[in-house]
Design a binder for this molecule. Sequence first.
Ligand code: ZN
Ligand code: ZN
Length: 181
Amino acid sequence: MQIDWQKTIEEILADRVSCPRCGSLTDDVVAGYTREPWGADYAPRCQFCTRKEDCDARKLVVLCQGCANELGLRVRRVDQETLMTMLLTDCRKDLEECLDYLAEYWQEDLDVPPDETDKRLEEFDPETFGEEDEARRRLEDEYLSYHRWFRERGLRMPDSAWRSEYVEEIIGLGYTTLLGD
Ligand SMILES: [Zn+2]
Ligand SMILES: [Zn+2]
């Protein structure tokens, strides 16, 4: 599934947007984090979340100031570049988690017996590997859409060294990545 993150963000930040919660038009877009499931409806990165009812991920939500006050959410006013940087940072964290999982956490997660620890995840449990791999592709795709956004506007990519480190580590583990070779 190709997700048009850029379009989503552009819509959120169009000159005057209606707050996704109360529908009122606002010039002041604010953003903050919550783990509460209600946040899934106002979180750009949860747009295609499959467990909205009980999503307990740490979500970046975008609202108007009035709604943020009502919900008791700590927020700050954001412009496009700030919001894109926050989304990019979240996306990178998720990719780092994928990396940790592939590197070693899967053995703990799947309770691998000591005599099988030299196996790779794709040998030990192809199904779990397939799911992991698909989730990572989606995140890498999302990453690339942020990258394009910064490039198209001639803006500096925050912490640009992150990408080559990630690529080195993934390739070091023997996997491929959409982010480079
Ligand atoms: Zn609102
Ligand atoms: Zn979610």
